[in-house]
Design a protein around this ligand. Structure first.
Ligand SMILES: [Zn+2]
Length: 316
């Protein structure tokens, strides 16, 4: 399989190089699209940040289609070509886009800037508090969901900003201004999370997918997942039973679900808790921000997540 890939890649590389030569020979210096920094982001939040900071000076492509389950996604040959044409390659890191290493090993890296936006960040170990160890298919030992925390996202944006300046130093003023604007919005949101969740009455949230560990760590609560880290996993009967116990014990009447995930297990949990307690259990959206959704962009989803968390953590 790997050998076939490489053979195919060799053919494609020759084809692409030939095409590139013909483009250069007919190159029109007036065409600004030729001068844009070509950015490839592995998934939506990074593309959103790159577009926010890079504006007109960059063209951004995203590999993982919007609102797709990211943990089990695999690149295709076409994605490999997209990466091979990029100037700047943005990774989330933390094991989320582990497959990029295989692509980078197979392409010509000269002139490319690879940016692991999680580098130097303090990542949370995986599986420390949930009952799903062994379930998850994360590559690596860390929780990769840093983009859902506005505090961590500022750090990711910082790395993207530095990379754009490194690649296109004549745009430094432009990038700086746009980065500061994005940073301010994220920092304001972090402040709001701090303030709004300071007087919470609950300590635990129930989520379909345990993607909110960085919010939990920063704002002082815990998350308990219904399914494992990947959308195509199933909870055991015992896992559902444990969750019913937790919800009953801590008086939790909200279950969070990203619209990209199946509602079936969450519905089963809801009806079990309702049958046992007579409560009304509410299912609320907590976005994973894997693409625009419900008319909300990345930041809009982080804002909506705060509103949803206020309901769950400050409820009576
Ligand atoms: Zn996830």
């Amino acid at each position: 399989m790997r050998r076939e890939w490489l053979a195919l890649l060799l053919v494609l590389t020759i084809t692409v190089s030939a095409a590139a030569l013909s483009i250069i020979s007919s190159h029109n210096p007036e065409n600004p699209s030729n001068t844009k920094v070509k950015v490839v982001a592995t998934f939506y939040p990074l593309a959103y940040m790159a577009e926010g900071i890079g504006g007109d000076r960059v063209s951004v492509k995203t590999l993982i289609p919007y609102n797709t389950e990211v943990h089990s996604w695999q690149p295709s040959m076409a994605d490999m070509i997209t990466v091979s044409e990029a100037d700047v390659i943005l990774l989330n890191g933390g094991g989320l886009d582990w497959w990029m290493g295989e692509i980078l090993n197979s392409i010509n890296m000269s002139g490319k800037l690879i940016v692991d936006t999680s580098q130097g960040l303090e990542l949370l170990p995986l599986g420390s508090e949930n009952g799903h160890e062994g379930d998850h298919i994360e590559r690596g030992d860390y929780d990769p969901h840093i983009w859902l925390s506005p505090y961590m996202a500022v750090r990711q944006a910082e790395r993207i900003f530095s990379a754009l300046v490194e690649k296109d130093s004549s745009g430094v003023k432009y990038y700086q201004e746009r980065f500061e604007a994005l940073k301010k919005r994220l920092e304001d949101l972090d402040d709001r999370y701090q303030k709004e969740l300071a007087n919470k009455t609950k300590e635990v949230i129930i989520v379909a997918h345990e993607a909110y560990g960085y919010l939990a760590a920063r704002y002082g609560f815990r998350q308990q997942g219904v399914i494992g880290i990947s959308a195509d996993q199933q909870p055991s009967i015992q896992a559902i039973r444990d969750l019913v116990d937790i919800m009953t014990r801590y008086n939790i009447r909200v279950i969070y679900l990203d619209p990209a995930y199946s509602a079936s297990y969450v519905m089963a949990l809801k009806s079990d808790v309702e049958a046992k307690t007579g409560w009304d259990v509410q299912i609320m959206k907590l976005y994973l921000a894997l693409g625009p959704a419900d008319g909300k962009d990345y930041l809009g989803q982080l804002e909506a997540n705060l509103e949803a968390l206020i309901v769950g953590l400050r409820g009576s």
